[in-house]
Design a protein around this ligand. Sequence first.
Ligand code: ADP
Ligand code: MG
Length: 220
Amino acid sequence: MPLIIITGLPTSGKTHRAQQLQSYLSERIASLPPAQQYRLHYISDQTLSIPRSVYDLSSVPAHARSANSSEKDARAKISGAVKRVLSPKDIVILDGMNYIKGWRYQLFCEAKNVSTPSCLVQVAGGGRERSREVNEKRLRRREARERGEVVEGEDEEEPYEPGNWENLVFRYEEPNPMTRWDSPLFLLLWEDEEARTREVFAQIWESICGEGRKVVRPNQ
Ligand code: ADP
Ligand code: MG
């Protein structure tokens, strides 16, 4: 069925929440009668092999920034991947910063074009400082790996270059739930514990798969 767009600052915990949501939705889908079951898809920069560097404006000359082609190409790739699977029988979780409002509008239109609802899940990482710390920790892990040290732990994700991270935070366009394309908007905070998280996930399910979900027609 629908498109679930994740949004948030870099390293704010988006993938962590997207994966929790994925397992929650698989449980809910499994409890439906077979004929009503949805297919569930998870799409992210990582699944599409899009590197962090596509968002790095420091490698682009100032006069070319408005047409930053690497980021544009990345968006075309994401949009293609979403369009390939999105249908009333497919739920798509799109994990990424999705930080440009025009881009969120485009995604909202893609969903509408196939008569399926969309919603936005904002992941707020307990403030910029915490998100910055996560990136700095990843930078230190990468340096240690480069020095040939054995790095323990599960966090294998690549860091953003510090300038890229700061710039993405600066460019982030906050969702506005008063607009059609940023609503319904669900907020998940870093400190939201399991019970609260499941409550928000249940609201998401209700809005996109529940009895009261919006009927979407392409030309409304
Ligand atoms: P993003 O996808 O936004 O870059 P991640 O989901 O990869 O961020 O999270 C960054 C790090 O912070 C990971 O190591 C993850 O396990 C941890 N993390 C994220 N969200 C939480 C949370 N709500 N509680 C505890 N740790 C978290
Ligand atoms: Mg991520």
